[in-house]
Design a protein around this ligand. Sequence first.
Ligand SMILES: [Zn+2]
Length: 360
Amino acid sequence: MITLNRRRVVLGVVCAGLVALPAVGGWNAGQAMRTAAAPSAPPSAPVDPDGATGVPVLDPSASDAPPAGSGPSAPSAGSGPVGSLAGPGGSLAGPGGSLAGPGAAAALGYGGVPGGPKLDPSLGAPVGWKLSDIPVFPPRPAPEPIVLPDGDRVPYLSRVPVTQPVAFLTMDDGYLKNPEAVKLFAAAGIPVTLFLTTDTIQDDVAFFDRLRTYGAVIEAHTISHPELAGRSYGFQRRQICDGTDRLEQWYGRRPVLFRPPFGDKDSTTLRVAKECGIKAAFMWKETVHKGIVRYQEGNKVQPGDIILMHFRPAFVKDFLAALRAIHQAGLTPALLEDYVPLDGGAPPASGRTPGAQVRS
Ligand SMILES: [Zn+2]
């Protein structure tokens, strides 16, 4: 355990991609939601998978995680329409008609390339990996949208309460623009959600637009990657809303999901996110770093788990390790946005939304 100040310094370095540390800790907020057709997922206990690795972790006494049993109650029978992927205006297509957004990903059948991984020669040959490194996944099932609780705050989840054999791969920040990324995305043909920091990607916005062509969807992760918890409403609003606005201007699609930097948030964060048009905020259950998958629970990816990796030097190894972990668990990568209804919702959840002091 270290002090918050030191931790902020350490984490700033981490997310700058200069030093990489595995992410740790987390609380499942799955009990805040449920699928439209299934009962609530059982809550899980906080776990610090890196407790023995020397990775600094904020003292839980300073955490805003709720005491056991105080999480939000599950909503009653869902009233919100689910399954719609259309945003405001009904279009998720990127500028210039690029194949962007969840609608495009679904239309292209991402969730595995039919016949196995393939790579268009025009993208260049793989460097440091080969097509046979990419697992062949079972077909991606039709999405099973969850029901979001209503209220003035977005829910915060590290696992989506699904009943299907799917998991969700997410990538954060966007520091290193590895040219292998587009090849990997194209060859794997799986959906991925990118939580991007605008200051980090502004030097090469087009790089991430190319990834959208191959199944990536871009979501919000603030402007400059500050720790949000404890900051003023105005500060958080600038970081979350202005960052979302900027991504919309660049990519022609307004983000609907959000991940707070380091996974740190407070009630203001979740309220501001809601005001900015965000539907849900996400943490994670597994992290991947230097080709190693770290689990918060057990040693296997569970259905509905959200997996976190970054655009770091070991991007190729991390991507392949994440896919292997999903494959070995008998799961198929699915698109987070397909499971979050973009309109409607259930009655308000009561109590605080569980959170965690972790990094992303
Ligand atoms: Zn981050």
